[in-house]
Design a protein around this ligand. Structure first.
Ligand code: WT7
Length: 652
């Protein structure tokens, strides 16, 4: 960790909130002060007040935090509510004709759904799911393109108390199968295909493949017609969305569920083995989605919000499907990639739809920055008033570009730190309160007790790198790892007598108290803002018949954040020349097929063995240095097989 501290940049540019922003903001400095004070004096009361104010309850709760089964925490346990009701029905009277979703396809087709339209579409699909026998607590896997129907499908599950598990449409059939089987779903919702980068991704084909090899329970597949590509519909199992919903009523009585009822599972990578099904609860999750939409994104009734994340990630759950709708906002949903027809697409869309609040990832900002300043300067971006980032630390250069070229030097930037497990923004600026500094996610939000500690759990002083922890339970925290509660305890509560939530990130605080995230502490890569487990990629590689052993590490990459480097030992002799090139191609495609294109190694190197200590541990630190092309200065004489280092460096 000490290397990280030394390499930390010194940043002294500071951006206080602009006066005109402060004047109109939902949360002003005095409000924030009162919230921090309340959370400090009466933590449970702080959350209970918010839960009463922000959530529409069918039956009010009397219990705030139940910590009797720590590290399992439960909130508002005797309350009864429905998340979909909170996102749709409660707006109908005042905002029935207000656009909830403005959808744009990659090829330019658009469709607007008002809150009334959403009510109808969600109701019809909810009823169709019920007709198929889906009941409260049943799991439904959603594998869709980034289209409005994906949001509708999630809302329909929430409406009937079914637990959705969205699998990112970029994952392969194998990855889909793993997640499907682990969730025990009996119904899937998919589409024929979606368009990305001008090509049709045949989602339904992947579903067919996944179900062929699945050991699961899927009985029905609902298929939304989107791309118009050919699909095989299997009698009895597959049904078109438009046919399944044709005869159904718009009115679908919400399933009134207890606050702790599971809302969804979302699989995320860990350092070992298979992905973890992160399970969230209903009311607590919704509460943090609502308050962060108000506090961090400052959403007002006349805003046009656009979070570019896919619903396959947590950002798309909280800041597409739930947060913006729960506060009655209008938002953009876009199907495609940012570079079709050129890297000005997003800026054009911001102009054409009058986007006011825009939220994306540093990896996208860097990619679009590379395309030059010409493109954004061609569009009128003057409606933008607030910008956000998420997924990884943003490098100050990209922050400044975003600030100048996109935000016209007038928009505050909220750099939001959070995780699949935390459910919502945790450490982030309050745009009318916080002075920002490029590269820092600034301070914990009111009610979030974050700290940087050493291995003993002691708070560290300014500029000391340590472990990022959350010291008190918060409503939108994960509840468990699906089917693996042991892993929940060992991953998030292994230290400090199980008292603090361990985020798995290292961090430091600067003398102003701003947090700087330094990276993951486990072997998890952050590629384009998404966590990928090195283990998962290694297992995919060794599943190939020619591979004996593999080790995967990350290397800094100027657009993706990290890129994937794989060191591979074949069962046969080490290949060279054209044979090696051929094998590299084969293995890259193999990983793409097994996990998805996002996990494709950028670089694959062969050797006769991996560098191991005498006790047989792979020296990952050394592999990381080799991947970066660094001179090896550390003593490698304790290595069991010194000679392989030169091979892995490409020197032998
Ligand atoms: C990990 C969580 C939260 C949605 C996207 C990723 C890194 C996330 C930031 C940020 C520095 C960040 C952390 C975190 N991360 N946001 N603003 N600054 N690092 O969700 O896949 O659950 O990954 O992403 O390392 O632990 P995720």
């Amino acid at each position: 960790m000490s290397d990280n501290i030394e390499s930390a940049l010194h940043e002294d540019r500071h951006f206080p909130p602009p006066d005109d922003f402060v004047a109109k903001a939902r949360l002003k400095p005095a409000d924030a002060e009162a919230l921090y004070k309340k959370a400090d004096e009466d933590y449970e009361g702080f959350w209970c007040d918010l839960a009463r104010e922000k959530i529409s309850w069918k039956k009010e709760f009397s219990v705030g935090l139940d910590d009797s089964r720590a590290p399992h925490f439960a909130w508002f346990t005797d309350g009864v509510m429905n998340v979909s009701y909170n996102c749709i029905d409660r707006h109908l009277e005042q905002r029935g004709d207000k656009p909830a979703i403005i959808f744009e396809g990659e090829s330019g087709d658009t469709r607007t759904y008002t809150y009334r339209d959403l009510y109808n579409e969600v109701g019809k699909l909810g009823n169709a799911l019920r007709s198929m026998g889906v009941q409260k607590g049943d799991r439904v896997v959603i594998y869709m393109p980034m289209i409005a129907e994906a949001v509708i499908a999630m809302q329909a599950c929430a409406r009937i108390g079914a637990i959705h598990s969205v699998v990112f449409g970029g994952f392969s059939a194998d990855a889909l199968r793993d997640r499907l089987d682990n969730s025990g779903a009996k119904v899937m919702i998919t589409a024929d295909g979606g368009t990305r980068g001008g090509r049709v991704v045949s989602l339904k084909k992947n579903v067919d493949k996944a179900l062929d090899i699945s050991e699961g329970l899927v009985e029905k597949v609902i298929v939304c017609k989107r791309a118009g590509n050919d699909v095989d519909m299997k009698d009895d199992r597959d049904v078109w969305w438009h046919i399944a919903t044709a005869e159904e009523s718009n009115d679908c009585e919400p399933e009134w569920v207890e606050a702790e009822h599971p809302l969804f599972l979302l699989y995320t990578s860990g350092s070992t083995g298979k992905p973890k099904g992160i399970q969230h609860a209903s009311a607590g999750y919704l509460l943090n989605a609502v308050i962060t939409s108000e506090w961090v994104f400052d959403l007002h009734d006349d805003d046009i919000f656009w979070c570019t994340a896919d619903v396959g990630w947590i950002t798309g759950h909280t800041y597409v499907t739930y947060g913006p709708l729960s506060v009655g906002a209008t938002q953009i949903v876009y199907e495609g990639v940012p570079t079709v027809p050129d890297a000005g697409r997003w800026w054009q869309m911001c102009q054409d739809h009058g986007v006011t609040v825009f939220y994306t990832a540093p990896t996208a900002i860097r990619a679009l920055m590379k395309a030059g300043d010409e493109l954004p300067s061609q569009y009128d971006l003057s409606k933008l008033r607030l910008l956000g980032t998420v997924g990884e630390p943003i490098n100050p250069e990209a922050w400044m570009w975003y600030h100048e070229k996109i935000g016209g030097e007038r928009c505050p930037i909220v750099d939001t730190w959070w995780q699949t497990e935390t459910g919502a923004n945790m450490i982030a600026p309050l745009p009318a309160v916080t002075t920002t500094t490029p590269g820092s996610c600034t301070r914990p939000l009111p009610g979030i007790i974050a700290d940087v500690v050493n291995e003993e759990g002691e708070s560290l002083g300014p500029d000391q790198g340590g472990l990022l922890v959350i010291k008190k339970p918060w409503p939108s925290m994960l509840r468990t790892v699906w089917q693996d509660d042991k892993r929940y305890k060992s991953t998030y509560w292994p230290k400090f007598d199980g008292k603090y939530y361990l985020a798995g990130d290292s961090a430091r605080r600067d003398p102003d108290g701003n947090f700087w995230i330094m990276g993951r502490i486990d072997d998890v890569l952050n590629v384009s803002g998404h966590r990928l487990g090195t283990m998962e990629i290694e297992s995919a590689l060794v599943a190939h018949e020619a591979v004996a052993e593999a080790a995967v590490v990350g290397r800094p990459h100027d657009v993706k954040g990290e890129s994937i480097v794989a060191f591979v030992i074949l069962k046969s002799d080490r290949p060279t020349g054209a044979e090696a090139d051929e094998m590299v191609k084969t293995l890259r495609n193999w990983v793409s097929d097994h996990i998805g294109p996002i996990a494709k190694p950028d670089d694959i190197r062969f050797a006769d063995g991996l560098p191991k200590t005498r006790s047989g541990k792979i020296m990952r630190r050394l592999l990381r240095s080799i991947a970066k092309g660094e001179e090896i200065t550390s003593d490698i004489s304790t290595l069991e097989n010194e000679g392989v280092v030169a091979q892995l460096q490409g020197k032998a």
